[in-house]
Design a protein around this ligand. Structure first.
Ligand code: AMP
Ligand code: MN
Ligand code: MN
Ligand code: MN
Length: 284
């Protein structure tokens, strides 16, 4: 009999094909379990349809499961992502808010395909939908996978760089949720709001401080410190910022699909010692 409990391994940020991940919720959870995750949050972009099937598999494997979401936000000139943890996926305020921001994605995809057609890439709208497990959640990653599958670009990272970021032919500006709304919906549903991968936003320190101050005043709970999107040098930096603004620290791979950039699910260094983890009171 094995009396030694496995070490706790929290992965609180990942995607299934209910948004722009490559695996079904069931396969994603099985992979997380195989990689040693003991508590998993599924955090699909702007939708919660993957949570129920993921939870069934997680519970059958004896893994703790946390209902999550990653909400797209427009904050001034920046697009931010706010993760919600321990949300109630049926809460009407959250459900209505997410439906409203999903609604613009179809029209945006049409415009993206039009931009790509102008540089000679045809049929990308239908192509992107072929790669989307959830047609309500059509996004840039589905276009990226289509271009790679067509042999036009070697990998999705390069597609983003050449075609899908600001200033490139397939980029279409979009108005997402406000920060106030996103944090409000998460809190209304009983969840905790966490700023995803703060190191990715290309903000100077004054802007970052303004964001953290505003987020804190909205009752935001934490920020991601150890994420697949941060370099190891950024871990202590964001741990210190979290402490300075009395925010909790989160940890998540932001895994999307096998072989596609980012960190593999469950394979992250621990939080720095001076962090107060977002999960510190979950089992109390
Ligand atoms: P969307 O919500 O349609 O704007 O797509 C955003 C998603 O695209 C992110 O969640 C990432 O999965 C992916 N993404 C954004 N920027 C990049 C990038 N520079 N390289 C690779 N993937 C990216
Ligand atoms: Mn994504
Ligand atoms: Mn994100
Ligand atoms: Mn993500």
């Amino acid at each position: 009999m094995n009396l030694v409990a496995p070490p706790e391994n929290y992965d609180l940020h990942c995607h299934s094909n209910a948004s722009d991940g490559g695996l079904s919720p069931a396969d994603l959870v099985a992979r997380a379990h195989g990689q040693g995750v003991t508590t998993l949050a599924l955090t699909d972009h702007d939708d919660v349809v993957g949570l129920a099937p993921a939870r069934v598999v997680a519970e059958s494997l004896g893994m703790k499961f946390v209902n999550g979401v990653e909400i797209s936000v427009t904050w001034g000139a920046h697009t931010l992502h706010i993760v919600g943890l321990n949300i109630d996926p049926e809460h009407p305020v959250l459900v209505a808010g997410l439906a409203a921001i999903r609604a613009g994605r179809g029209e945006r995809a049409v415009k993206m395909a039009e931009g790509l057609r102008k540089v000679g890439i045809v049929d990308s709208l239908a192509g992107a939908y072929l790669h989307a497990g959830n047609p309500n959640l059509i996004g840039r990653m589905h276009f990226a996978r289509y271009l790679v599958a067509q042999g036009l670009v070697k990998d999705t990272r390069t597609v983003f760089k050449k075609y899908l970021v600001k200033g490139k032919p397939g980029y279409v500006p979009h108005q997402w949720a406000s920060l106030t709304d996103a944090v409000g919906w998460i809190n209304a549903s009983g969840g905790q709001a966490v700023i995803a991968h703060p190191g990715r936003y290309q903000m100077g320190s004054a802007k970052m401080h303004e964001l953290l101050e505003q987020f804190k005043s909205l009752d935001g709970a934490g920020i991601e410190v150890v994420t697949g999107s941060h370099t190891p040098e950024q871990y202590p930096h964001f741990a210190n910022l979290a402490n300075r603004f009395a925010l909790l620290c989160s940890r998540g791979s932001d895994f999307h699909a096998p072989g596609e950039g980012y960190r593999d699910i469950g394979r992250l260094p621990p939080l720095p010692d001076n962090c107060r983890p977002i999960w510190y009171d979950w089992n109390k």
